[in-house]
Design a protein around this ligand. Structure first.
Ligand code: NAD
Ligand code: IPM
Ligand code: MN
Length: 359
């Protein structure tokens, strides 16, 4: 069966990093991946052409695709758009919501070669392998009511942090199943000492636990979890949390792996259709310079092969190619260290491609 894959380069460094990931995808096609690859506009670049960060045509193509590879969206150029529904980030959020991509997997895995690139001591991070499971289509990101309005002579801004039991249950099941396949430990992160929505979250996680007797469930408040992630991150195996806490904790976890430029992600719905993207953003401060790290995006292609295209051998080949390039001492600026060779985005892509072919 021919898989449809949609590439959405987006804004800022998005086109630079997806260009390298697309070359790896083409190499996979040459090695038997039966796929048709198309590109479309999303985010600010779509807004500039169509006045809409998620044009109908892009959404239709996304719905038809088994796997979507997204670079990044957003940037200062579009931060002043007054209609908030037209901001680039709404393109990304719209894709997640329309496709029902509630299960966001963010693996913080330290390549041993990068232990010295982490801002933490090598002994704190060596061997690190955490899977953050973030709920992606609910919570405070989507809760109603929301808005900015006048009240008592001044403006107030408000959002609603809301989860239904069924939303909590389905992300809980993703996390428990993930823990079963890994180290069998699941830490659910909440703020159940303050917020009712997460009291319910904790209750539902507890209710699910007996169905997964081989998994050890624990709970942690989010403020402590942020601290523990930088104090002793190896205590975690799988973490499960809501949309906003997961956003914040995954950026913190990214830094443990050396750079946010190393962290890929998968966003899945119930049918295994998925969107794959680096966890980082459009990096406006380095966009256009050809220095961004493309590895998170390339590793996102590996996740697509594993989770949506049932091609685990090709996924492993990409991951091994990344390992080889790091062994060979190549580093983009964000993971540079003395004695290693600092390379451009394109040179990193060249090297991964060569390693992929040579393995
Ligand atoms: P960011 O992740 O874009 O950048 C944070 C820092 O990390 C910057 O210094 C940047 O240079 C660096 N960085 C990020 N990716 C890198 C890479 N691949 N290689 C090397 N360095 C890298 O976060 P931000 O600055 O807060 O946001 C910039 C824009 O991106 C905003 O418009 C934001 O809304 C958007 N954003 C988009 C996504 C997404 O598309 N998934 C995610 C986060 C932020
Ligand atoms: C991410 C990003 C997005 C999020 C933004 C750009 C909407 O930060 O994918 O982590 O908050 O989910
Ligand atoms: Mn984020």
């Amino acid at each position: 069966m021919t898989h449809k894959i949609l590439v959405l380069p987006g804004d800022g460094i998005g086109p630079e990093i997806t260009a390298q990931a697309s070359r790896i995808l083409a190499a996979c096609q040459a090695r038997g991946l039966d796929a048709e690859v198309e590109e479309a506009l999303v985010g600010g670049s779509a807004y500039d052409v169509h006045g809409d960060p998620l044009p109908a045509e892009t959404l239709e193509k996304a719905k038809a695709a088994r796997g979507i590879l997204l670079g990044a969206v957003g940037g200062p150029k579009w931060d002043k758009i007054e209609d908030l529904t037209k901001r680039p980030e709404k393109g990304l959020l719209g894709l997640r919501k329309h496709l029902g991509l509630f299960g966001n997997l963010r693996p913080a895995l330290l390549y041993p070669q990068l232990a010295e690139a982490s801002s933490l001591k090598p002994e704190v991070v060596s061997g690190l392998d955490i899977m953050i499971v973030r709920e992606l289509t609910g919570g405070i990101y989507f809760g109603q009511p929301r808005g900015i309005e006048a009240r008592d002579g001044q403006r107030v801004g408000f959002n609603t942090y809301i989860y239904s039991e069924s939303e909590i249950e389905r992300i809980g099941r993703v996390a428990f199943e993930m823990a079963q396949k890994r180290g069998k430990r699941l830490c659910s992160v909440d703020k159940a000492n303050v917020l009712e929505v997460t009291i319910l979250w904790r209750e539902v996680m507890e209710r699910l636990a007996p169905e997964y007797p081989d998994v050890e469930l624990s709970h942690m408040y989010v403020d402590n979890a942020a601290m523990q992630l930088v104090r002793a991150p190896k205590q975690f195996d799988v973490m499960v949390t809501g949309n906003m806490f997961g956003d914040i904790l995954s950026d913190a976890a990214a830094m443990l792996t050396g750079s946010i430029g190393m962290l890929p992600s998968a966003s899945l719905n119930e049918s295994g259709q998925g969107m794959y993207e680096p966890c980082h953003g459009s990096a406006p401060d380095i966009a256009g310079q050809g220095v961004a790290n493309p590895l998170a995006t390339i590793l996102s292609v590996a996740m697509m092969l594993r989770y949506s295209l049932a091609e685990p051998a090709l996924a492993e080949r990409i991951e091994a190619a990344v390992g080889k390039v790091l062994d060979d001492g190549l580093r983009t600026a964000d993971i540079a260290s003395s004695g290693k060779r600092t390379v451009s985005t394109r040179e990193m892509g060249d090297a991964v491609l060569a390693a992929f072919e040579s393995l």
